[in-house]
Design a binder for this molecule. Sequence first.
Ligand code: DCP
Ligand code: MG
Length: 397
Amino acid sequence: LYPIPEFDLKTFNECIPERKAIFDHQNKEIAAALDLLSEYWETCQQTKTDENRALAFARAAAAIKCLPFKATNSQQLKGIKGLGNGHALRVATQILESGYCPEVEEKRNDKKFLSLQIFCKVYGVGPSIAEKWYAQGLRTVEDVKKLDQQDIANNDMIAHGVAFYDDLNRPLLRAEAENTYKYITDLAKLILPSVVTSMNGGFLRGKSSGHDLDVLFSYPEREDGDYGLIAAVLDELNKKGLVVWSRATHTDGPRKVIEINSSPLSSGSTKEHLPTMMIIFKYPLDDRFDEFERRDFSGERNLGPFQLANSNRQWRAVRVDLVGSTNAQYPYAQIGWTGSKQYNRSLRQYAKDSLNYSLSSMGLHDNGQNRWIAAQTEQDVFHHLKLTYREPWERNF
Ligand code: DCP
Ligand code: MG
């Protein structure tokens, strides 16, 4: 009926991580509608079924983002793996036919969803705390700020998330991210000259703004793991008074060296086991670190998050994640921390289903042969996975 030249549905459906999605794809309205439904079910999840709905709509949105043509008729969307022939296709059809999907608009304006959405934008808050706050009668960030800080004071992450809500929800611009990246990696190179660094996450995929800066470090393998590099970088930043808040994960004790015959990786979360430092960082309002880092911040040291947020400050709070990997882990860590989240999911699912491999940010494990597979570069990883290499900006699922 509406044949699409050079689009072969069979090839498109064969292998999902063979697909490409650039940030500026051609079907934004449909993808946005499906992404909203995914966000709705993720935010309002009460049951495992809701969580699965969120995943299904995220998969459907990803399929749409990968289409190499602008859809004009729903006939063109039939039989697409990931989109399916049910609920998501009906939503896509309505958007195509009338530019409007009543279900999407109803959910977008749902009062409870709007509140939960605001709560989930508080750093450190997920669907379960959001639901709890809603049940307590809270509706807005102002309501949360008014909590006599009992509820939030015993979680310093959330306390900072609330206090710096406006700062942390202002998009981080690429120039600001690059500026911060340079400042932090220059410091790291003074500590360990052989360190290799990259700016990963959404910026590497070509986004012009993001919610945080993701910095990945790579260093030679050593018995005691990570040279303490991430902690040493944090120390330096702390000495200069540039850290508002930080929390380390996965830095307890020497990490296991990747070795042949060690136990298979779990195929769960993406960020497992790599030492990570989550930071709320002071970014100079005038974008200039040279003068800024010489300032005396000692007066700010003993202020609580709310006092600090309301003080007369010359900086904006910005989220930075520092992630460490050994040189052997680096190609895998790069893929894991480049994302997108949905791209990683499809890659891991494919590795498991088609090759019986477990893929994570730490490495690739052949479960059949019970061995780890080494890689020097991201290209090697794609080769091991029997996939065509995709550039980071083609991974915007
Ligand atoms: N990641 C993942 N699974 C998660 C969270 C993250 O695979 N649950 C990976 C993919 C992300 C990367 O880590 O691209 C960085 O995480 P961010 O949350 O910073 O996501 P982005 O950088 O992609 O987006 P943003 O612009 O919001 O920072
Ligand atoms: Mg990011």
